[in-house]
Design a protein around this ligand. Structure first.
Ligand code: XIL
Length: 385
């Protein structure tokens, strides 16, 4: 009998130890794993996560690039593979394909990085997923299909991601050929896109609600561009998000894409005010897709020089400084750059870039060397420690 009791005791102790180990492993996967990184790396220099866009198809045979992503960043955002045009380009009647999304997720898991899901819904899908532009069923049919898509994707990664960009770029603005932004004649409005057409004016509420129903425990973000630079657009975003929240949506944070397109570079004070306005409302703040090119759409440089790179360094420093000054630690979701190097930057594909195929927007250059911007960015991050 006492032998049996002893066995039960041992088994109980074993169970307690095992579950404590499992708990700490689980925590480890979601915590900021700053301490795994060299104090001279980007991730090791900040008290909040530092991320990059990640695409397994990019730099796949480039071990130097992989080494940079592995050693400098403790958070990743899938660059494209969680978008509908990859998962479900042909829509109803076809299967969802998670092959590429899984690759990104597996990479984040194996390398102990936080993973931010990007993006559940985006008006651009209307161009990239022809089934949406060709849809001729009723609004109710569309809603059933779309809700099912969103919830299936969220369910597939339930408990695995830290967060989701639920919706991208809902507000229509006017950006002219020189890159200047202005308020549309009738004021800022929700885009007249498939969301509004099929799901109605309260579609923001619906998207966040559907996501929360499946995944109540992760941070849900709204993500947009020019918010850091153009206050009237940010105000409109806050208005529509407040509205969705009043209806009962859970919205935890705002992603400032921060594709700082020259000549729309702005001041410390403008960034500071934008981040503070959002933080004061209790939202987490994510600088979600940061990059700062040298030329902008009309720039003529075909080869940047040291003065371009030193200007770029100042621009990077300014936005990081404003972020740290304006956002209290508990609301700092992190800073994510949109790719680590000029070698693989998305600017090489941007079709509206007139004169240059590359605009050198990143922290590492085309040969994967650290640029002045890298050091400026990193040294400003250290102020958060
Ligand atoms: C971009 C990717 O970097 C490109 O590879 C792709 O061709 C188009 O999309 N805002 C966003 C990101 O929210 O998803 C976009 O990413 C860049 C603009």
């Amino acid at each position: 009998m006492s032998k049996c009791l002893l066995k039960i005791k041992i088994a109980l102790i074993f169970l307690v130890v095992l579950s404590a180990m499992m708990y700490s492993c689980k925590k480890e996967n979601t915590a900021i794993v700053k301490d795994y990184y060299s104090p001279e790396s980007l991730a090791g220099s900040a008290s909040f996560p530092i991320g990059t866009a990640y695409d397994p198809a990019v730099g796949v045979n480039d071990t130097a690039y992989e080494r940079i992503v592995n050693s400098q960043f403790n958070s990743i955002t899938s660059e494209n593979d969680f978008k509908m045009y990859v998962i479900w380009p042909n829509g109803p009647g076809t299967d969802l394909n998670f092959t590429k999304a899984d690759e990104v997720y597996e990479y984040s898991k194996q390398n102990n990085k936080r993973m931010h899901g990007h993006v559940l819904s985006w008006y651009v899908y209307e161009q990239t997923c022809s089934w949406i532009s060709g849809f001729n069923g009723s609004n109710a049919e569309f809603e059933t299909i779309y809700k099912n898509y969103v919830q299936t994707v969220v369910a597939k990664y339930k408990g695995k991601l830290s967060s989701w960009d639920v919706l991208n770029e809902a507000i229509l603005d006017v950006v002219d050929i020189t890159g200047n932004i202005s308020i549309p004649t009738n004021g800022f409005q929700l885009r007249n896109d498939f969301h509004k057409r099929f799901l109605g004016n309260n579609y923001i509420y619906k998207l966040f609600k559907w996501t929360e129903e499946i995944e109540p425990n992760v941070d849900l973000f709204y993500n947009d561009y020019n918010l850091e630079i153009f206050p009237p657009k940010l105000d409109k975003v806050l208005e529509v998000l407040d509205d969705a929240k009043r209806q009962g949506a859970k919205i935890d944070g705002i992603g400032f894409q921060a594709h700082i397109v020259l000549p729309r570079i702005t001041t410390y004070q403008t960034y500071f005010n934008a981040f503070k306005k959002v933080a004061d409302k209790g939202y987490k703040v994510h600088i979600a897709e940061l990059d700062i090119p040298v030329n902008g759409p009309l720039g003529l440089k075909t080869k940047p020089d040291l003065s371009d790179f030193s200007r770029q360094k100042t621009y990077y420093e300014t936005i990081v400084k404003a972020y740290i000054d304006a956002v209290p630690p508990q609301l700092r979701f992190g800073i994510t750059v949109w790719g680590a190097s000029d070698k693989y930057s998305w600017y090489k594909q941007v079709p509206f870039w007139l004169f240059n195929k590359n605009d050198w927007p990143s922290l590492y250059d085309g040969s994967l060397n650290q640029k002045p911007a890298y050091f400026g960015f990193r040294d400003e991050l250290k102020r958060s420690l």
